[in-house]
Write a protein of this length. Structure first.
Length: 571
């Protein structure tokens, strides 16, 4: 069968990219000599795992670098690690793995904002020397009070007119650790009456006395995001800083910082905003996702119900499907909500073409073929993929006793039930036509076995004059592989779960674990992340962590048909 191993990136799959307003800007800049090369960056904060929203940014930034290779196109991988309270090396490693798995390569070595702390400190000192920054003693509550509102201007801090000498002294003492957390901060001196609140003397350095996962205890003051990003971009020679629309109000500050320091090179970065990816029935707030982990609603960041890239990977999504989905969503400035069915369609379309077929019975019901010779075993050939002969065939053992799905039998069947019922016939897929003759029940009245007869002349054909509409999948009882199947579904029932009471919207059936499943024996040696279509059931993959040779574990990636495009509200 076709393998998709843990380290596979499906990089052979190509994604046809469409033009968008960002590419139009870049084309104009190159044509007019504004820039001679194209340099982007992907700057995640290592405070959690990347989610599907980040995938759009990854595909955009790295995709543009690939598309403009003839213009020196490259994309830097840079960690925005300026907040040691929430960041860790575990997240750094996970983020790099996600980007690699999606099939992208960054330019040069991995970079980090913490690698520029010395230079950033020098830029801050330069602003103080120019009278463009000052040390402020207001605490957080006072600062909010002084900031004003959207309809009223702010008022100046009592410390705004400190002398340059005093500011330099206080800032040096901040760095030396003389003051406690929150006792002082360094603020840019801009305009407290600006209609843009982001420009009302924002904090650019704060005291935070804790160890950093990269720099250890060297620093006890850390720069803020808006001060760090633009200068890190300039240090790296980034030409296009691509970010989501929530940073549109931050752009004047981005430009102000660049205008008021001595840039380290000839390149001046340009910030361009695009609409973030919002999916219905999906939550992407890292804070809220972390609570799901802390409250043991899910196992970890890579739980297959999580919208993280690692979670989607473990569930069986392919890099090519995620990349194609991001391309289908497109790049615009208009915010909107994308139907989650668009994501499931992307993976379904991918796996329909690439996933080998197999049979697995999730809720087994024993079926005994009474007129089949005892002890006889046939080897039946079945196509690995019905549309792709080059994928070959697999061999299925067939014997007197088989398992079928409980749902494929109904004792009192309605007229349009085309599966098995007393006195009715169905075809066992790629095998024989059988007829149900007898139903065996236990003392409690539960159906435990079916007695059937088969027509030996029906292998691979329907005899003339016999109409058999039903086809059911099966597994030979003697050769069946015991396995566990995890039926994953959407984690939330609400179309917009991103509310304060989001825990009330949890889907109680987001995970159903079936421990007594029976699979065809060809699945005995599957590799981690190997993907299949279980015939008539959906697309599944071998769990990358929990599956063993003794007891394979298969995760449902997606059903054969979309069940979430039009969801009926429950309750």
């Amino acid at each position: 069968m076709t393998n998709t191993t843990e380290n596979s990136t499906d990089s052979s799959s190509t994604t046809e990219r469409r033009s968008n307003f960002i590419r139009n800007i870049i084309d104009d800049d190159l044509a007019n000599g504004v820039n001679s090369e194209v340099v982007t960056r992907f700057p995640p904060e290592p405070n959690g795992f990347l989610h599907i929203g980040h995938a759009k940014s990854i595909c955009l930034n790295f995709g543009i670098a690939e598309d403009y290779a003839n213009a020196g196109g490259r994309c830097n991988m840079r960690f925005d690690d300026t907040n040691p309270a929430k960041e860790s090396s575990e997240f750094v490693s996970a983020i790099q793995n996600d980007v690699k798995w999606l099939g992208f390569k960054w330019s040069g070595e991995v970079k980090s904002s913490s690698g520029y702390f010395d230079q950033l400190h020098e830029f801050a000192v330069e602003l103080i020397n120019k009278g463009k920054a000052y040390v402020c003693s207001l605490d957080g509550d006072q600062m909010r009070e002084y900031r004003g509102t959207l309809t009223s201007p702010g008022k100046n801090s009592p410390d705004r007119e400190r002398s340059i000498e005093e500011n330099l002294d206080l800032f040096a003492r901040m760095r030396a650790g003389e003051f406690g957390d929150g006792e002082l901060s360094l603020r840019a001196k801009i305009d407290m009456s600006s209609p843009n609140i982001k420009m009302r003397d924002p904090v650019i350095y704060r005291i935070r006395k804790m160890s950093h996962h990269e720099t250890g205890d060297k620093w006890c003051i850390y720069p803020m995001y808006d001060f760090t990003q633009c200068l890190s971009d300039a240090i790296e020679g980034v030409t296009y800083s691509l970010c989501t629309m929530e940073f549109e109000d931050n752009r004047p500050l981005y430009d102000w910082v660049l205008d008021n320091v001595t840039l380290p090179g000839p390149t001046r970065p340009r910030q361009i905003e695009f609409a973030r990816l919002n999916l219905n029935y999906t939550l992407t707030s890292k804070r809220k996702l972390k609570r799901l982990i802390d409250d043991q609603v899910v196992d970890n960041w890579d739980d297959p119900r999580m919208p993280t890239i690692s979670g989607l990977r473990r569930r069986g999504y392919t890099p090519s499907a995620i990349r194609q989905f991001c391309e289908n969503v497109g790049v615009t400035k208009a915010d909107g909500v994308v139907d989650v069915a668009m994501l499931t369609h992307a993976i379904r379309a991918d796996l329909e073409e690439t996933a080998p077929r197999a049979m697995c019975v999730l809720r087994p019901l024993k079926l005994v073929i009474t007129n089949y010779p005892e002890g006889q075993v046939e080897e039946l050939a079945s196509p690995t993929h019905p549309a792709h002969e080059h994928m070959g065939v697999r061999t299925l053992p067939f014997s007197r006793e088989v398992y079928i799905e409980q749902d494929d039998f109904m004792e009192d069947a309605p007229k349009k039930f085309f599966r098995l019922a007393p006195g009715k016939e169905v075809r066992l897929r790629n095998a024989y036509i059988i007829r149900c003759d007898e139903v065996i029940k236990d003392d409690a009245g539960n159906i435990v076995e079916l007695r059937c007869t088969y027509d030996a002349d029906t292998l691979g054909k329907n005899p003339e004059g016999r109409k058999v509409k039903g086809v059911v999948h099966w597994v030979s009882a003697e050769h069946a592989l015991d396995c566990e199947v995890r039926l994953y579904d959407q984690l939330f029932l609400a179309e917009n779960p991103d509310t304060e009471d989001y825990m009330q919207h949890l889907n109680p059936e987001s995970l159903v674990v079936l421990n007594n499943c029976k699979a065809e024996p060809s699945l005995a040696h599957t590799l981690p992340e190997q993907r299949f279509q279980f015939e008539r059931l959906g697309y599944f993959c071998t769990d990358r962590y929990d599956s063993t040779a003794e007891k394979p574990v298969f995760n449902r990636t997606v059903a054969l048909r979309d069940t979430w495009a039009k969801i009926q509200k429950k309750g």
